[in-house]
Design a protein around this ligand. Structure first.
Ligand SMILES: Cc1ncc(COP(=O)(O)O)c(C=O)c1O
Length: 389
């Protein structure tokens, strides 16, 4: 009988794209919208990165390359890991990936069997849930509590571990809350994984986006990605490279080999000129990243101060990434109703917290990767619209 597969039925996509479709429909009929919904920097990709890609194309780097990644890029990732995480991974621990998003699927596919359980942060990046379900595994959300500034805690994770648990996904700085989990709490979470013999997938795509000189800590420094830690990073956010689709993984060699074969089977390799761009990003001038971070810090303060000044809204000051996650529960609407009301009445596009899991209900995510003027305009409109809810 002609029928799509159960695998296909289990594909969910990313719930925020539903919001983006709504926004597009309103813009198509002429509505003026301030965009705070998508986590995409308003800065252009730094010039040195673009030049490196152009030069690579001009050299003729337009053919298949190794599925692991270009040796020079792999070496730069090894050296960067050494500098930022304090250990030098071996060449066969590094895999260049076509985005950090797909790396989540690779990990779940390679580390779980159908029916096994994967612990995911709630609220958390929606791809965790959808990748786990797509692989026939079972997502088990662990709560991030507002009263704990949305930081991860071993005590919130341990009661959820069962004999079926295989993988624990962690993320700091975090999407959607911007929370940074402290080094001691991350150590305890790592110890939990050791005690229960779990793999840990640490999604560190926001690692370079840390404010107030907070100490960034990576659990990868605890096992050097030799046994159980899979370290994921991506170029989209800190280098304003969302459209390039480039990421990198550091992990135990036996896992790396499997993931490389999965990448080889599905994409063959990552385009060489993209890898030259990535090489320029991590080895070149870090000035542009600093400039963007200084600007994001100023925008964060404008947005968070402005949100806290609106009666009915409270918002933690996030330590990293570029998201604010205010509590909007006092208005008595679901987060989706609140986001819809803001879009339709005030022309502000934000994401309902429920896009990020059950614990996101009562919150909204606002991305401040947009200009100060637009943030101020959004606050003005938000404040007015909240008065009339
Ligand atoms: C926590 C987290 N991980 C991974 C990604 C995926 O990044 P990309 O696929 O652009 O590399 C995102 C993007 O929003 C994210 O927030």
């Amino acid at each position: 009988m002609r029928e799509i597969s159960n695998n296909a039925r289990n594909i969910e996509g990313q719930p925020m794209f539903k919001v983006i479709d709504k926004v597009k429909r309103l813009e198509a009929v002429g509505k003026d919208i301030v965009h705070l919904e998508i986590g995409d920097p308003d800065f252009g990709t730094p010039r040195n990165i673009i030049e490196a890609a152009k030069q690579s194309l001009d050299r003729g780097d337009t053919h298949y390359v190794s599925s692991w990644g270009l040796p020079a890029f792999v070496e730069a990732i090894q050296q960067t890991t050494h500098r930022t995480r304090g250990f030098l991974p071996a060449t066969n621990q590094v895999l260049v990936t076509p985005s950090a998003n797909i790396a989540i699927f690779y990990a779940v596919f390679c580390l779980t069997n159908p029916g096994q359980e994967v612990l995911v942060p709630d609220p958390g990046f929606p791809t965790y849930l959808s990748s786990v379900r797509m692989c026939g595994a079972v997502p088990v959300p662990f709560p991030l509590h507002e009263k704990n500034a949305f930081r991860m805690r071993a005590a919130d994770i341990e009661p959820l571990i069962t004999e079926k648990t295989r993988l624990l996904i962690i993320n700091s700085p975090q999407n959607p809350t911007g929370a940074i989990t402290e080094p001691q709490a991350l150590r305890e979470i790592y110890e939990l994984a050791v005690k229960h013999d779990l793999y840990v997938y640490t999604d560190e795509i926001y690692a370079r986006m840390v404010y107030d000189e907070q100490n960034f800590f990576s659990v990868s420094s605890l096992d050097h990605c030799k046994e159980r830690v899979i370290l994921s990073n991506g170029f989209s956010k800190a280098f304003a490279m969302t459209g390039w689709r480039l990421g990198a993984l550091v992990m135990p060699p036996e896992v790396a080999e499997r993931m490389m074969l999965l990448l080889q089977t599905t994409s063959s390799c990552v385009a060489p000129f993209l890898q030259h761009a990535g090489l320029a990003a991590i080895t070149g001038d870090q000035g542009p990243v600093q400039i963007m971070m200084t600007e994001y810090a100023a925008r964060r303060d404008i947005l968070v101060d402005g949100l806290n000044a609106i009666p009915g809204i409270t918002c933690h000051r996030p330590g990293g990434a570029f998201y604010a996650f205010p509590n909007i529960s006092s208005f008595g609407l679901t987060s989706e109703e609140f986001a819809d009301a803001m879009l339709e009445r005030a022309g502000i596009a934000i994401l309902p917290g429920s896009c990020f899991g059950a614990q996101g209900e009562g919150f909204a995510r606002l991305c401040y990767a947009t200009s100060r003027e637009k943030i101020s305009e959004a606050l003005k409109r938000l404040s007015q619209a909240c008065k009339n809810l």
